[in-house]
Design a protein around this ligand. Structure first.
Ligand code: ZN
Length: 251
């Protein structure tokens, strides 16, 4: 194992080693060792284990257990450039040590995930591996397919192709609706499928998700804008918008 720290110390005697180190891609373990030393120069370097898992997304997590640093990340990240791997190491280890995450690391990592080719391959992996858990569109109170067609007729001239629609397995209060582009699926939280939830509130959440289908997210460098100007203008067309929003606040 060659750590960059060692290489610098040995620079005068072993120039060839420097050249070698510069041209060869560091292993993920070496990258984490390097970042660990930068953040904790006085702490002895723990053993480092990096595992690549078959996740459906670009997840990564780190924990320090039994004086070993365990890093688990999606195998989709295995091919990332070393600079991106290093940025991710800085993010994870900063969080582990409760230090502010350097803005440049966040930025570099996000930029990578937003790259067109990376997004495309992540979408593909999600399609192949993701097991979308959705319940039938006919809920206890509301039928999402019926509601979709009604909204489609009222707001989209009936021209929107119907995606997969379903109720979430969990009754989430924090995520009432979600459009998943890679599965072409709109999922509404089961918490809305109750008799005490007015139809208007459910319609509004579904309408909002339909707008995500109609107005895809825009990617500008590291930023991802999901509610574009066109999206917001279209949302204003919803009848009783204010009343619907007020209902959602009191679920
Ligand atoms: Zn939204």
């Amino acid at each position: 194992m060659v750590h960059s720290g060692e290489v610098q110390v040995e620079r005068t005697e072993q120039l060839s080693l420097v050249d070698f180190a510069v041209e060869t891609r560091a292993t993920p373990e070496e990258v984490y060792a390097r970042v660990f030393r930068q953040l904790r120069p006085r702490t002895p370097l723990p053993a480092i284990r990096v595992e690549f898992r078959r996740y459906a997304n670009a997840n990564a997590q780190v924990k320090l257990k039994d004086s070993t640093l365990h890093i688990r990340m999606a195998d989709t990240l295995a091919g990332a450039p070393e600079s991106v791997m290093e940025a991710l190491a800085e993010i994870l280890l900063s969080k582990l040590f409760r230090r502010p995450v350097p803005a440049h690391s966040n930025d570099r990592y996000r930029r990578y995930l937003n790259r067109r080719d990376v997004r495309r391959s992540l979408d593909l992996v999600r399609q192949l591996r993701g097991h979308k858990q959705v319940r039938h569109p006919q809920g206890d109170c509301y039928n999402l397919e019926e509601m979709f067609e009604d909204l489609n007729f009222r707001y989209f001239h009936g021209l929107m192709a119907r995606p997969v629609l379903g109720w979430s397995p969990h009754a989430s209060r924090t995520m009432l609706g979600h459009y998943d582009a890679s599965h072409n699926t709109i999922v509404l939280s089961r918490i809305l499928d109750r008799s005490q939830t007015p139809r208007l509130a459910v319609e509004y959440v579904l309408f909002h998700e339909m707008l995500h289908l109609r107005y895809p997210a825009e990617h500008r460098g590291a930023r991802r804008c999901v509610h574009t100007r066109a999206f917001k203008e279209a949302e204003e067309q919803f009848e009783d918008l204010r009343e619907a929003r007020a209902l959602l606040r009191h679920l």
